[in-house]
Design a protein around this ligand. Structure first.
Ligand SMILES: [Zn+2]
Ligand SMILES: [Zn+2]
Length: 652
């Protein structure tokens, strides 16, 4: 072994160290700030503990908690800290799993009683104490049998169950801080003192492995950040999101409902929610018609054979509802619309002149989600998808793909979505033939085309290797609501495998048979998820074109009833959605009620207005804007609606 090793840093500078120097010592040699904030490091790209000693020349990247990888290490380390605190306070608690999720972590415990709010405060206090003690966090490795013995001796039966499922060849690791030890792949912070800005958020019941037939565990959520400021901002965002919780607002404003007798995850759309759905469909249909799409409709039930062919029964069966026997044949409710659109493509002979063929449908699909996974409109079992499939030649692909991306951007503008991210998910060469169809050249070519399309369209994107769909590269689209919460809305996928599986073809210019490419796209995702997002995004203060009730007419006295009715019918005649409140209530009470219902435009009518053929206009967030002639008002509103103007204001 050499006495000296040479390490290369991200800025390409190099330094030499004695063999066996730990990464933490390396971090310290570079600078105190870096040493203080470091949570892990990468050796030749592989994430590892700072306590690791290095004995080879390598590329080194010291990771701090403000990077994506570093934040995950912090989150995970804090989950351990929380489990340690729970075990000290509740020695009978059994630990299960504690993963990091987007900006948060959770840990599931088997305890006799659910945690109370006071318990959570005590746990957080204990965590602070354990963090201040700055226990070193040590990695230990075990064989499968050793690990089973260890966790059996601690009575941690859930851990034993997890370990038993791991292949015997795998080396298992655990991390120990003080007397607390937890099974984990790591890496982790080198000592508990590096965990500073954390907060316990809430707790809830969660079934072991998300299965309602298993025991109910208690899940505690928490968060941690690299700085106090980031923690504060995140907690503020959560507060805002809570006020805008789509489940709460959806109920208050009578947009949708769930009913036990219908079943979990199966939303009922009330009249007001249905208006929003219809406005969204109108927008999508208009946009798609202009972009050359044709609309189709397909049944909800389909023979099992089709799903054998499409591969759904092989790869997707767990998310499908069980078969029903009809005349001795298995039928399924459809989990996706793709196979049906492929069949429409195949229903007539196609020539190159038919391409690109763009088939669109607001298709309703049914997917089985475990009941523990269901969440308001975000995770449901029935969904209506803004679906379309574009069949095109290889030459047409780039342009088609780009115009789909442009369509996403058009929608973002309409909905005032300022922050979004497109992530290009690519194949990995190791996965060819297993995770990915074995067409190495086609993969490289298509990925190159997608990249070119994105570059030419000046669309911002990041790349991620090994995340592609089975049949081609895809783009995951994430958007941020106005309060800064991230939502995964939609994907845009290229498919060069399924068309040949379905025997789809066309006659090319030379009279030969060729296979088309297929693009799967759903820019507005599903109505369920998109409306859930919009409720939070707009705080249910929908822009006028989307608002279920656009105008409320409020009468000051009974004397103006007839005039109020004439104003109502005038507005209704130009398709404005108007409610008339002519109850004998005080005008102040009527205004308050309309405000609670988040009505965008209020028209107040008293005797003066009736006499002058006007209305007093009051707009949400703007207050009184004076009296207006009814015809002028009506045409101004129609214009605002037709332009789908985004009247929403963040500070509401
Ligand atoms: Zn861990
Ligand atoms: Zn599809």
């Amino acid at each position: 072994m050499k006495n000296q090793i040479t390490l290369t840093f991200p800025d390409n500078s190099t330094r030499t160290y004695p063999t066996g120097t730990t990464l933490l010592e390396v971090a310290e040699s570079i600078g105190t700030r870096l040493a203080k904030d470091a949570v892990a490091a990468q050796i030749n790209g592989k994430l590892t503990d700072l306590t690791e000693a290095i004995d080879i020349d390598a590329d080194i990247n010291i990771i701090t908690g403000d990077s994506t990888e570093g934040h995950e290490v912090l989150l995970h380390s804090t989950a351990h800290l929380m489990a340690q605190a729970v075990k000290e306070l509740f020695p009978n608690a059994r630990v299960t799993i504690g993963p990091a999720i987007e900006n948060r972590f959770y840990y599931d415990f088997d305890v006799e009683n659910p945690f109370t709010d006071e318990d959570l405060v005590t746990i957080e206090e204990k965590m602070k104490e354990l963090a201040q003690n700055d226990y070193p966090v040590k990695r230990k490795v075990f064989s499968k049998d050793e690990a089973i013995d260890l966790f059996k001796s601690m009575d941690e039966n859930y851990k034993v169950e997890i370990i038993q499922e791991i292949s015997p060849e795998e080396v298992l690791s655990a991390y120990q801080q003080d007397s607390f030890i937890d099974l984990c792949r790591g890496p982790h912070v080198p000592s508990t003192g590096r965990i500073k800005y954390f907060k316990i958020l809430n707790s809830s019941g969660a079934y072991w492995r998300g299965d309602e037939n298993n025991k109910m565990l208690q899940r505690i959520y928490g968060t941690v950040f690299n700085t106090k400021k980031e923690l504060k901002e995140y907690l503020h965002m959560l507060e805002e999101a809570k006020k805008r919780d789509h489940r709460k607002l959806g109920k208050e404003l009578e947009l949708f409902a769930f009913d036990d007798e219908i079943g979990p995850g199966l939303p009922l759309w009330l009249p007001k929610g249905t208006i929003i759905i219809e406005e969204l469909e109108k927008l999508a249909k208009e946009t798609e018609r202009k972009a050359g799409y044709q609309r189709v409709r397909t049944p909800h039930l389909t023979k099992g054979n089709l799903y054998e062919k499409s591969g759904h029964l092989k790869h997707y069966k767990e998310s499908m509802y069980p078969a029903m026997d009809v005349d001795g044949i298995d039928y399924y409710v459809k989990p996706m619309n793709c196979p049906h659109h492929h069949k429409i493509y195949a229903s007539v002979p196609r020539s190159y002149r038919d391409l690109p063929l763009r088939l669109a449908e607001y298709g309703t699909c049914y997917r089985y989600e475990k009941s523990g996974q269901l969440f308001g409109l975000m995770r449901v079992r029935s969904m209506q998808m803004n679906d379309a499939h574009i069949y095109c030649t290889k030459e047409q692909f780039k342009e088609e793909f780009l115009s789909v991306c442009q369509m996403y951007l058009t929608y973002f503008k309409i909905f005032g979505i300022d922050k979004y991210e497109m992530e290009l998910c690519l194949h990995s060469s190791e996965g060819l033939g297993k995770k990915y169809v074995n067409e190495p050249e086609l993969w490289i070519q298509t990925e190159q085309d997608v990249r070119k399309a994105l570059d030419e369209g000046e669309i911002n994107y990041t790349e991620k290797s090994g995340e592609a769909a089975f049949y081609g590269p895809k783009i995951d689209v994430q958007v941020w609501s106005t309060v800064g919460r991230k939502f995964t809305l939609a994907t845009n996928q290229v498919d060069f495998a399924i068309p040949s599986l379905f025997g789809l073809n066309y006659t090319n210019e030379r009279g030969e048979e060729a296979t088309p490419l297929c693009i799967h796209r759903a820019p507005l995702g599903t109505h369920e998820r998109f409306i859930g997002f919009l409720i939070e995004h707009y705080s249910a203060d929908f822009p006028l074109w989307l608002a279920p009730v656009q105008v409320a007419i409020l009468t000051v006295s009974e004397k103006v009833e007839n005039y109020a009715k004439s104003v109502q019918s005038k507005l209704q005649n130009v398709d404005i959605r108007v409610d008339l409140d002519d109850r004998p209530d005080k005008i102040g009470a009527k205004i308050r009620l309309a405000e609670l219902s988040k009505i965008n435009v209020m028209l107040i009518i008293g005797e003066r207005e009736a006499k002058e053929n006007t209305v007093s206009v009051r707009r949400r967030f703007e207050g009184d804007i004076g009296s207006m002639n009814v015809d002028n008002l009506s045409s101004a509103l129609v214009e605002e609606i037709n332009q789908r103007r985004n009247t929403y204001r963040k500070e509401g």
